[in-house]
Design a protein around this ligand. Sequence first.
Ligand SMILES: Cc1cc2nc3c(=O)[nH]c(=O)nc-3n(C[C@H](O)[C@H](O)[C@H](O)COP(=O)(O)O)c2cc1C
Length: 316
Amino acid sequence: MQNIWENLPKPFLILAPMEGVTDAIFRQVIAKAGRPDLFYTEFTNVSSFASEKGRHDALDRLKIAPTDPPIIAQIWGKNPDHFSELAHALDKMGFSGVDINMGCPDRHVNRAGGGAAMIKTPELAVECIKRAKEATNLPVSVKTRLGFTYLKEYKDWLTLLLKQDIAAITVHLRTRKEMSKVTAHYELIPEIIKLRNEIAPNTKLIINGDIKTREEAEQLYQKYPDLDGFMIGRGVFANPYCFTNHTSTREELMELLNLHLNLFDKACEENYHSFEPLKHFFKIYLNNFPGASNLRAKLMETHSTKEVREILAQEN
Ligand SMILES: Cc1cc2nc3c(=O)[nH]c(=O)nc-3n(C[C@H](O)[C@H](O)[C@H](O)COP(=O)(O)O)c2cc1C
């Protein structure tokens, strides 16, 4: 099997996994706007997959849209047996890799021992990586933060991860304690590159945090050509075309909104989807053109895609 990490351009761009945002519907919208080199799923809990009750939800998160590949499945948890079980199952689902989340700062996730809490249980983290690697033929990668509480944790933590012979590591340049409240620590990039080059020169190094556009990623790459890739998260909220250097028009944004509505309706035919969370996406499309905020305010009062469409029809 081809190793996706060896077949990407340099530098490559990734749409960051974002719970409640980067589902199969939104990924299709971004593919239409201008796709990144690689998609990730939202994270899926390994123990949900292992339980009868949670498996349906887990499988729903792991649905692959036609425009997704290449796509990496992101997983989280703390039970090595469950890592093994899900990593094995992912082999046959059409994914190009398995990524382990060791950076999520969410309290519920951390109380359950997963995400950034793994930074505090390094032996368990190593065991989960090992078990995932043994169970799958897919390349295994890790996405993490610099530390749990203190910045100085990054050296020991990243050294440990780099010693695990992983295919790629994405470093969100903040600690768990910093959440997203401080500017990403770009000043540490040279040190992180040095660690990677010394310990695991074959592990791809991806930087994440505050990168909003392809242009910004390219500028960072010019400064640090040893980096392999860049991951953009919230930049996509400000501009769904952020993986291109294209400036969108009102018509293009409305087209994306219509595509999102159509895909949402289609998904509802298969499975119940609540309408309310769909409203969070409106600000992505109704942005940066005259009258956008008025239109957005009207759409926020709606209760169905039918009502949204009626308002949009009056606008045109
Ligand atoms: C709404 C939201 C949901 C997120 N969900 C995930 C997730 O499921 N897995 C993950 O690794 N990171 C998750 N993150 C973190 C992002 O992947 C990324 O690391 C973070 O937003 C920093 O990158 P940015 O500055 O480009 O947004 C999430 C972030 C946001 C804003």
